[in-house]
Design a protein around this ligand. Structure first.
Ligand code: UD1
Ligand code: UDP
Length: 371
């Protein structure tokens, strides 16, 4: 009898980090892989599905512009109920900390299906930052049978909360598996802007920001600081593939209006995006995934948040938590752009988040314990 594993995901980062697991499962004859997307994101999820050639068995298509947290939760829960009832998987896998993750775990729990949580045990210590993701992780943890913790730190967080050690497995983060698949030498973008930049002479700051708790004043501060630093240095440009959230786009267009050194572009597919990161000089972000990818590529990353649940990059010296205060961000960028020694101190390729084999480990654990 095969082990039936249902993966449930809904947003861009979950798709990127679930894809390598799905690929390994496709090549594992003892596993029957069922894929269900909530489509909490639509276009940004479809970009990932296309790249990794994933064809979901179920697409709940819950996305609605301007969706609230409650609406996402209700629509995902309702849609999942019928799918889980029909398929009755042996294990349901969720990845990360989105509302799809919590809804997926809850829907599985209601039907007494075992739950595997990929990227378990990350904690910032503040329920409101990141919001609502810290709560989603904790709520999912309570329902989980297999905690796939990327790092030792993540495992220790779970032990501190009283989870039994035999349910926790250190696997590395599957984002590194995906990154190894995507980043290539001499990558050509087939994009007039990105191919026109001479990355050996011009220094690109890659910017992304979308966190709910940053929307408003904090985001204005982040964008103003990055925009002003780009005006100070002749060979610095900013590339910002803007998240599709209209609230983010509105602030970006307002702050960067008339700033010719800042290129506001549409969300990139994962391959061009990670290859752009590999060619960039500095990353400024509030994203979770970028905090993991940038250290692996040896790119200094300024984390524009007050707390992070990913301290490993900071301990390794590649990431710096700079908050959302204008001066802090401006001065940190100024230092990195003007002082080679400071830059080199941060630009070390380190891999605190994994070795590219996390997916294989997760699938092996499922094979061993899944029935
Ligand atoms: C969600 C996750 C967040 C994750 C992020 C990754 C929750 C609560 N938040 O945040 O943890 O870091 O995804 O990007 O689960 N939109 C589109 N098309 C898309 C995607 C988004 O138009 O393909 C716009 C819509 O207007 C939507 C808005 O973005 O209402 C916000 O999307 P939503 O999924 O609610 O939250 P995110 O901020 O994307
Ligand atoms: N990403 C992408 N295209 C973009 C911006 C980001 O493919 O234009 C990828 C990025 O490499 C990372 C993931 O999307 O793997 C991060 O997603 P996001 O920042 O939306 O979510 P978070 O990681 O903060 O949950």
């Amino acid at each position: 009898m095969k082990i039936k594993v249902m993966t449930v995901f809904g947003t861009r980062p979950e798709g990127i980090k679930m894809a390598p697991i799905i690929k390994v499962m496709e090549n594992t004859p003892e596993i029957e892989s069922i894929i269900c997307v909530t489509a909490q994101h639509r276009e940004m999820l479809d970009q990932v599905l296309n790249l990794f050639k994933i064809e979901p068995h179920y697409d709940l298509n819950i996305f609605k512009p301007g969706q609230t947290l409650t609406e996402i939760t209700i629509r995902a829960l309702q849609g999942l109920e019928a799918v889980i009832e029909k398929e009755r998987p042996d294990i349901l896998l969720v990845q990360g900390d989105t509302t799809t993750v919590f809804s997926g775990a809850l829907a599985a729990f209601y039907q007494k299906i075992k739950i595997g949580h990929v990227e378990a045990g990350l904690r910032s210590g503040n329920l409101y930052s990141p919001y609502p993701e810290e709560a989603n992780r904790k709520l999912t943890g309570i329902l989980t049978d297999f905690h796939f913790a990327p790092t030792e730190t993540n495992k220790n967080n779970l032990l501190k909360e009283g989870y039994p050690e035999e349910k926790i497995f250190i696997t590395g983060n599957t984002v590194i598996d995906a990154l190894k698949y995507a980043v290539k030498k001499n990558f050509i973008f087939y994009d007039s802007l990105l191919d026109s930049i001479d990355y050996s002479k011009e220094r690109v700051i890659l910017l992304t920001s979308h966190r709910r708790e940053n929307i408003g004043r904090p985001m204005e501060n982040i964008f103003s600081a990055v925009g002003d630093i780009a005006k100070k240095y002749a060979n610095v440009r900013v590339v910002f593939p803007i998240h599709l959230n209209p609230r983010v786009r509105e602030i970006a267009h307002k702050v960067f209006k008339d700033n010719k050194r800042v290129h506001l572009i549409e969300p990139l597919d994962y391959e061009p995006f990670t290859n752009l990161m590999a060619k960039s000089h500095i990353v400024v972000t509030d994203s979770g995934g970028l905090q993991e990818e940038a250290p692996s590529l040896g790119k200094p990353v300024l984390v524009v948040r007050e707390e992070t649940e990913r301290p490993e990059g900071i301990e390794a010296g590649t990431a710096k938590l700079v908050g959302t205060n204008y001066e802090n961000i401006y001065n940190s960028l100024d230092l990195l752009l003007s002082n080679r020694e400071e830059y080199d101190k941060m630009a070390n390729a380190v891999n605190p988040y994994g070795d590219g084999k996390a997916s294989e480990r997760i699938v092996n654990i499922i094979l061993e314990h899944g029935k």
